[in-house]
Write a new protein. Structure first.
Length: 257
């Protein structure tokens, strides 16, 4: 399989800085794709520090550790163990930095690995990963938000539409750097030719339906054309719609050739 990927991040029109951080790459032999998006939070530059700290730690895992476990029979277990170790370590590092600076900082996490005909993902917070397939013409959220409104919807106390427009939609119930302990949700499944994924911060997807995201990228019809322009078009559309947050996304498409 071949992995085509594109990434973009934009400060937007309202924020003074960009607290999002993203990374995407393929392995040296081209048999794996790795992508991550983190949305930082905290005063001054602390949100940027939080998101970049987590992205750098995961990037180091992919560039240095991934190849050593790639052919291991316990590969899936090793991925989850390695990722949770990074989450635990960076959570403690950020908590110590917050204590020293007397300024809290934290970040969401959405990370995706495609390899060996399977996908692996981990999620903390309200950044998201979406999955679709060009031939099957579906596009849905793979991950579940860790937020107040997501919990309310799950409990039947709020509708999905109410959650999309709620003033409380940015209240997180889980993030890296704030809680004493934090656990990611893990996902995995089969990978097929024609699959495509979007990893994004909430500035890219907040308050929208999956179909809205496809339209914003110009990918709502048949014969989808995945490109850097698709992401940048979506960012322009989000800014034009009045999005007030930083806007970041990674798009990757799986080619079976």
């Amino acid at each position: 399989m071949r992995f085509d990927y594109y990434t973009t991040t934009d400060k937007g029109d309202f924020r003074k800085s960009n607290q999002d951080c993203a990374y995407a790459a393929t392995s040296a032999d081209g048999t794996a794709f790795f992508g991550i998006v983190c949305d930082g939070m905290g005063g001054l530059s602390h949100g940027e520090v939080a998101s970049s700290t987590v992205v750098e730690s995961f990037t180091e895992w992919f560039t240095k550790e991934f190849a050593t476990i790639q052919r291991d029979e316990l590969f899936a277990d090793n991925v989850a163990l390695g990722w949770q170790r990074i989450i635990t370590d960076t959570n403690e590092r950020l908590r110590q930095m917050s204590s020293k600076d007397q300024q809290s900082m934290g970040t969401t996490l959405s990370v995706l690995l495609l390899t060996q005909d399977r996908f692996y993902a981990a999620q903390i917070g309200d950044s998201r990963i979406y999955v679709g397939n060009e031939a099957e013409e579906f596009f849905v959220a793979l991950t579940k938000d860790h937020s107040y409104v997501a919990d309310m919807v799950e409990q039947g106390l709020m509708t999905a539409e109410q959650a999309r427009v709620s003033n409380e939609k940015n209240i997180l119930t889980r993030c890296i750097g704030v809680m004493r302990e934090v656990q990611a949700d893990y996902y995995d499944g089969e990978l097929h030719s024609g699959d495509f994924f979007v990893i994004c911060s909430d500035g890219f997807c907040s308050g929208t339906l999956p179909s809205d995201i496809l339209r914003a990228m110009g990918l709502h019809g048949s014969n989808k054309q995945f490109s850097q322009q698709a992401l940048e078009t979506a960012v322009r559309n989000r800014r034009a719609a009045g999005e007030r947050d930083n806007i970041t996304a990674v798009l990757t498409a799986v080619n079976g050739e």
